[in-house]
Design a protein around this ligand. Sequence first.
Ligand code: PLP
Length: 384
Amino acid sequence: MSTTLTSRLPLRCWAEIDLAALERNLRLIRASLPAHMRYVAVIKADAYGHGLPQTAARLMHAGADLFAVATLAEAAAIREIGPGWPILLLSPLLPEEDRYLADYDLAATVSSAEEVARFDAVGRAAGRPIPVHLKIDTGMGRLGVWHEEAPALWEKIRAASHVRLAGVFTHFASPDDDLAFTAEQRKRFLDALARCPGLPLDDLFVHADNSAGIETMSGAGLFNAVRVGLLQFGILPHPHSLLAQVRTEPVFSFHTRVGLVKKLPRGTTVSYGRTRTLNRDTTVAILCAGYGDGLPRAASNRAQVLVRGRRCAVLGRVTMDQTIIDVTDVPGVAAGDAVVLVGRQEGAEISITEFSGWADTIPWETLCSVTKRVPRLYRTALGV
Ligand SMILES: *Cc1c(COP(=O)(O)O)cnc(C)c1O
């Protein structure tokens, strides 16, 4: 909802998406990888809440080689703006969705012989082969053929006249905190490939690494592509990530405004459930944002926000449309003041990782929880 009839109204709670930063991030990530590495841009879930069409267009402009999404609707949204752009579906297709592979010209993820047969039938009906990426389960326990059974599935793909292998991949379960298991997954994957005779590796996308995986990718070996989601949005997969050296910048920031300022006496309880009692005479500000916008209720009594460049604590429960903060120590706060929930203000910063921690969640989920009520405003290099 970047342009709607209501967009002339003043903003109450909004997200800013810095497309120029997104482009710089892709180029930085690329520059940190071996030159032959191809870039699979993961833009599922509305491009992690950043807005799918805008993000896709900018990433393609910046040199993405392939887009990965979860659903047909997401694939269709990309296809709408990018005829011919390569797209990989990461999720399993429902049987009645199969025919859209041909209609939308998509590559499918294959984990089973049954899927090979289904996609072969679609290719036959369409008169051209359906590209597929063979997914190998090396320990995630989600999609993919179990690694020991990968050679048998490869034989099925090879025998299918209307399925064309375009890639092979796996997915890590704990790339951020279990290096030994990640190494074991890499080994299982490479061993499985070695047991697939005639695999045309030079013609395939061979990929395993998501954002956290990249960190442990020592020497690419057979791998010739990465699948990047979070990192391209300027967010590190974990707080001590070595990827900090790549110096990507946050693309997303989250903003609201002060709706009311008032004084409350010491001893007053604040918000639903009376979970907070003021221990001093307090100046509170009521923010124009709540969980109806994506400020999680789980962050009640824990989150902080930036007002006039100063950190202010959330008091009591976050409610659907309003949140109460303590501005006693910040002089001059007034209705209409800009408030930063995630991002920078006058030299102070709240990262999405810190924000997510207040709600016991992760940046991936926080980005998916910014609601439809929140307009996304796109900032570009030209400042328009
Ligand atoms: C979401 C996803 C990614 C991207 O992961 P990030 O940690 O956001 O980089 C990569 N591969 C698969 C299969 C995914 O589902």
